[in-house]
Design a protein around this ligand. Structure first.
Ligand SMILES: O=P(O)(O)OC[C@H]1O[C@H](O[C@H]2O[C@H](CO)[C@@H](O)[C@H](O)[C@H]2O)[C@H](O)[C@@H](O)[C@@H]1O
Ligand SMILES: O=c1ccn([C@@H]2O[C@H](COP(=O)(O)OP(=O)(O)O)[C@@H](O)[C@H]2O)c(=O)[nH]1
Length: 452
């Protein structure tokens, strides 16, 4: 078999310890280690001049990272506006937040064509190309238009709503047609596969979506968690809690993650179950994400206000109910925090998968595991159904679930965790990538469409 060529907008910096938070880069990096592969995408930097950018190369542990810069207007139209201001809200069932403009659609198509033009000279005939996520829906067709005949697979990391919502996007039919250039399309859950196949069916296209839930490397993460509980940061956190139980949330600062609803759920806990006051601390790690998109800035302001209000109402001179951090924390440090946390509170309104939920389970000490409180609407929920599952829109349900988690006996905690841990070990990042690539290998190759 030839090389594996991964293409995604976000490419991790192979040499940096603190990465921009985000599951795509984490899951894929766990998956590609050890093979002969190239990872192509956006450098995260701004291009200086006009004209097609030259890729930069860096090879670390057998993986060649090839990245290109984008101009300010490409970055704005392609990444901020079309990908994150239109596709992201729509695919997270938030049609009302979609901010459509034809100009952004045009730039989105142009950047996909640019990715294709820059990638083609780097390809060899027996390479397998694996494209990732909503930023690059049309890339497969753009590669076919340039004569690429090799297998091309696509994986969508975010949820897929039913056609009745997808059709709100002007030109949705064209995107679906472009998706036909891929030999196989992977999505996170059966619900996503059903919805995408329905959209294909309604438009007279071939159904080609299948569920491949992404995972983590649980062995490596457990080792990081075991080492992490001894870190200076973990020692400082433990000392600062002074015996209080720790409820932990870790999410990019994104409206899909249900943060205001979660904060209100925690507020309902301390309002309705006063026995927890002074005895529990909620630490929310929420690194700023996509800060140039208006909705994300509004969310940040809303959370600043909510945290201030809840802390103002309930804090004692020696107890702060909520600690809220908007800087990223390195994943190996976080691993130690997960192991220390009595409860993980993960309540997205919609989420493709949510790797944090899987990381929390992998990090636990099996002799005294913590409890996962998880939204029904995380892609991880069908696999992790031994968690305490909640409807994230109901503050009282979150409060009751937190109370249940904080008072749960050791036997029940262990029994739930054992089943959850078995699930996290069953589908790993490695098995996810292997299963997808095996299915891609068996998929019907699409004949190349000659350039017009
Ligand atoms: O690249 P950014 O704009 O900074 O955003 C970070 C990533 O967010 C999304 O992650 C998704 O993929 C995860 C792994 O499959 C999944 O667990 C999570 O539920 C998804 O939201 C996005 O899809 C990525 O493209 C971004 O890189
Ligand atoms: O401060 C932070 C916050 C998050 N993460 C990591 O970012 C990823 C988030 O992935 P997830 O699938 O939960 O959500 P996404 O951000 O991709 O929507 C997980 O691996 C986290 O451990 C991190 O390294 N530092």
């Amino acid at each position: 078999m030839g090389r594996l060529i991964i293409v995604s907008n976000r490419v991790p910096s192979p040499r940096e310890r603190t990465q921009p938070a985000g599951g795509l880069a984490v899951g894929l990096r766990d998956a590609v280690r050890g093979g002969s592969s190239m990872w192509f995408g956006w450098s995260g930097n701004q291009a200086e001049g006009e004209g097609d950018p030259e890729p930069s190369f860096d090879t670390v542990d057998g993986v060649t990272y090839a990245t290109i810069d984008l101009t300010e207007s490409q970055h704005e139209g392609f990444y901020q506006n079309f990908s994150n201001g239109i596709l992201w809200p729509l695919f997270h069932y938030r049609v009302g937040l979609m901010n459509y403009s034809r100009r952004d659609w045009q730039i989105y198509l142009e950047v996909n064509a640019l990715f294709a033009r820059t990638l083609v000279p780097l390809l060899k005939p027996d390479d397998v190309v694996w494209v990732h996520d909503y930023h690059l829906f049309p890339l497969g067709q753009a590669l076919r238009d340039l004569g690429v005949t090799t297998r091309i697979g696509f994986f969508l990391h975010i949820p897929v709503p039913p056609w009745s919502l997808v059709r709100s996007l002007p030109g949705a039919e064209l995107l679906l047609e472009d998706l036909q250039a891929y030999d196989l399309i992977g999505v996170q859950t059966d619900e996503d596969a059903d919805n995408l196949n329905q959209s294909f069916r309604v438009n007279g296209l071939t159904e080609r979506a299948r569920a491949f839930p992404i995972g983590i490397d649980p062995h490596e993460f457990r080792a990081q968690a075991e080492a992490g509980v001894g870190s200076d940061e973990a020692e400082r956190l433990r000392a600062s809690l002074r015996g209080a139980a720790l409820v932990l949330g870790v999410d990019r600062l994104d409206y899909s993650k249900g943060l205001p609803e979660r904060f209100r759920g925690y507020e309902a806990l301390i309002a309705r179950y006063p026995e927890h006051r002074g005895k529990v601390t909620f630490l929310q790690v929420a690194p700023v994400s996509r800060g140039d998109v208006e909705e994300y800035r509004l969310l940040r302001r809303q959370l600043d206000e909510l945290t201030g209000r809840i802390n103002g109402a309930y804090a004692e001179f020696d107890w702060t109910p909520i600690r809220y951090i908007t800087r990223p924390i390195a994943r190996d440090i976080l691993a130690g925090f997960y192991r220390m946390a009595d409860v993980a509170l993960i309540t997205p309104l919609r989420d493709g998968m949510n790797l944090v939920a899987k990381e929390y389970i992998a990090a636990q000490d099996g002799e005294s595991p913590g409890v996962l409180v998880l939204s029904h609407f995380a892609g991880a929920a069908p696999e992790l159904d031994e968690a305490v599952l909640v409807n994230p829109y109901d503050a009282d349900e979150i409060a009751d679930a937190l109370h249940q988690a904080l008072t749960m006996g050791l036997d029940e905690r262990k029994a739930r965790w054992r089943k959850l841990d078995a699930e996290v070990r069953r589908t790993t990042a490695g098995s996810w990538a292997r299963d997808f690539l095996q299915a891609l290998d068996e998929a019907q190759a699409t004949p190349a469409t000659p350039a017009a």
